[in-house]
Ligand binder design. Structure first.
Ligand SMILES: NC(=O)c1ccc[n+]([C@@H]2O[C@H](COP(=O)([O-])OP(=O)(O)OC[C@H]3O[C@@H](n4cnc5c(N)ncnc54)[C@H](OP(=O)(O)O)[C@@H]3O)[C@@H](O)[C@H]2O)c1
Length: 241
């Protein structure tokens, strides 16, 4: 059994992880949370109260708390998987410099999103003309999504030639690395992204969607399974696939 301390275990993602780790080789030995919760696991509301050892610290807490939690986990000689968003470049560098064991930061646990990015990079070598459309729930505050921005950056790196200049205009999307990105915010959606490539008389469309937070659990298991193989800090689920 691999022992896990789960930070943010009562959040929306954390609850999906609690369920998803049942009957696996991973055992939650306690949950760090903002408030007390009734649970079959020990629940701590401060890091100082944590009184057990664990192999891996898994953080799906909040942008405000993730950095201090991560520093604490490294200082306590644990492997670290960070799923919470919001670490600044400076904070990531600080963690990189202090990491003595595997640290994996995973901006997106969705296997379909990670694979879509890989396939899009491959396609971009042959189809430099591309636009991205992402759809999320209206509660999502940022637009375009971090995944759409990352996809555009990866496509831009992979393109051997730049795409044809597209028209500008209020409905032509935000340019990320010269790629138009369109963000839709609609009820009924959780997360969906399409990457549309156009060539001479042919089109290629890649689409992925996640319909509940359960979709993140296989990626979480991959991250937990791969983090011990890392030397120092790595970013992205693809590093352990
Ligand atoms: N990587 C991915 O694929 C992925 C996917 C979805 C979400 N996320 C990210 O994961 C994070 C959590 O998302 P969510 O939707 O689950 O958010 P959420 O529902 O708001 O949950 C956040 C949880 O963090 C807890 N918390 C507050 N202070 C804490 C502390 N000091 N230490 C540990 N936990 C603390 C809160 O506890 P209380 O309930 O006790 O107040 C709350 O339950 C966000 O940063 C989100 O962007 C990442």
């Amino acid at each position: 059994m691999v022992d896990i301390i789960l930070a943010g275990g009562f959040g929306k993602l954390g609850q999906a992880i609690q369920l998803g780790l049942k009957n696996t080789d991973y055992r939650i030995v306690g949950i760090l949370s903002g408030h007390q919760h009734e649970s079959t696991y020990p629940v701590w509301t401060t890091r100082e109260a944590i009184d057990v050892k664990a192999d891996i610290f898994l953080d799906v807490s909040t942008p405000k708390t993730v950095f201090d939690n991560a520093k604490w986990a490294i200082a306590h000689d644990m492997l670290l998987v960070v799923g919470a968003t919001g670490l600044s470049d400076f904070e990531v560098d600080t963690l990189r410099q202090t990491a003595t064991r595997g640290v994996l930061i995973v901006p997106n646990f969705s296997l379909s999103a990670v694979l879509l990015m890989a396939f899009a990079q491959q396609a971009a070598k042959y189809f430099p003309d591309v636009e991205i459309v992402e759809t999320h729930n209206p509660k999502k505050v940022d637009a375009p999504s971090g995944t759409a921005i990352q996809t555009a950056k990866l496509i831009s790196e992979a393109r051997s030639t730049i795409g044809a200049k597209t028209t500008e205009g209020p409905a032509r999307g935000m340019r990320v690395e010269d790629i138009p990105v369109h963000a839709l915010r609609l009820p009924g959606y959780i997360a969906q992204q399409s990457v549309l490539f156009g060539g001479a008389d042919e089109q290629l469309t890649l689409t992925q969607s996640t319909t509940s937070r359960t979709a993140f659990v296989p990626g979480v298991l991959r991250a937990l399974g791969g983090v011990h193989e890392l030397e120092g800090l790595a970013i992205g689920l693809d590093k352990v696939l």
